[in-house]
Design a binder for this molecule. Sequence first.
Ligand code: AKG
Length: 202
Amino acid sequence: MQYSLLPQESRNLLPFQGEVTFHPNFFSMKEADGFFQVLQDRLAWQQEPIWMFGKQVLQPRLTALYGDPKVPYGYSGISMEASPFTEELELIKNRLQAFTQQEFTHVLCNYYRDGQDSMGWHRDNEPVLGKNPTIASLTFGATRSFQLRPYGKKEPKLSLELSHGSLLLMGGESQHFWEHQLPKTKKVLAPRINLTFRKLIG
Ligand SMILES: O=C(O)CCC(=O)C(=O)O
């Protein structure tokens, strides 16, 4: 059964097999400014090594994981331990849950120091996310391009400008049939914080 992400008027941006909706002003500019500062200052940012083509390399960004510490989460050969939600993350989670009518247990936080930090093509399809996960992705700080393409194809099909205070929702079958990336760019010199809320099945 095709799951429908939102009952509201939001338009599905994917042409087939999955759902992606974009909500540019999910937070007001004032709220987004405040969250950027507090998240930058208070989250436990670290640069973790990952395995790529049999070699250990540092990820081109900083990360932190929050949520239920009893449920382990990992990707690309690393296992991350979650810290309990901070007050700000709990507040943001509650806003998202009220909007989407869905439950989230964890948030993977990404800090892109500038346009040289990035995330390569991938799907959020670890078994612990369940069959058709909803990923709620928030942006604070610099605007960055986010690309989607059908899994296994070479060319990006869709490119979105993820702006300060915006929410991107990916759901339905999107993590089976689509992959996404945040490419490097020389044009962006400022940092960006991305929070991706997920429900892990412990
Ligand atoms: O920073 C972004 O918008 C992308 C994050 C992402 O793809 C992920 O955490 O899986």
